[in-house]
Design a protein. Sequence first.
Length: 327
Amino acid sequence: MPRAIQITAYGGPEQMRLVELPVGDPGPGQIRIRHQACGLNFIDVYQRSGLYTNPLPLTLGMEGAGVVEAVGEGVTHLAVGDRAAYASNPPGSYSEARVMPAKNVVRLPEGIAFDTAAGMMLKGLTAQYLLKRTLPVQGLQAGDHVLFHAAAGGVGLIACQWARVLGLQLIGTAGGGAKCELAKAHGAAHVIDYTREDFVARVREITGGQGVKVVYDSIGKDTFERSLDCLRPFGLMASFGNASGPVPPFAIGTLGPKGSLYVTRQTLFTHIATREATQAMADDLFAVVGSGAVKIRIDQRYALADAAQAHRELEARKTTASSVLLP
């Protein structure tokens, strides 16, 4: 039987077990996929810890790439033998094979390798909806400044490159000189080492005191309030992750004196709620990657059996760019 990484209780990486699970035939609207590579993302940590709850036992993982083995009734956009990739609910990609809903699975272009796809679907689609769909009320034009936290991570490095394609002046934060250099090399116009610099003061300096139109923040608790101070009037605070913990409650009245600010909490799965939306966003991602304008960097590769170690290194912020598990 195919192997998978499963938890039976919420907690730390020690809860993760390599188990054998039966995989049957797909039902209506489903496919069975044989994974060649599986993506590693911070949302997997949230689901393992119980910050985001799911029925237990739970096979982890939201992102993967492989070959379609079987197609259920009503699925017309995929066929047996297709190379395919996805970012999708429900979890289950930490596995050698799985049955899953077909609507978020797309055909993978021949020029994109399986490990590249597994390292870019969730992160690349996230960068796409942030830079193209999560916009301040004044919009974004070439030359505008945006602030992107965790710029040396998987989403961050894709966003640095894509922002450069769009002509945006991306200011990236990262922890340490090596990570800052990585973000700079991938297109960040400016980098801020948050371990040594006050990022609010540096943003104000870089923007001539104006602030940025939008902050994209996956860090959460540690950066949220001070990120508000980086925004110009009518700016947008776009929270899309909780790497340091959930954002605590805050007084909405503070947004007025700070410049009539906007705040939003985004999630990819709202944006890919339909097959048509998923395909359109994936086509945009495949085009920018296929052109060479955005390169997908995979700095860590782990065996599926070593998924717990991958989680430890991800949580300790020892990883850069994208990471994949190899069944």
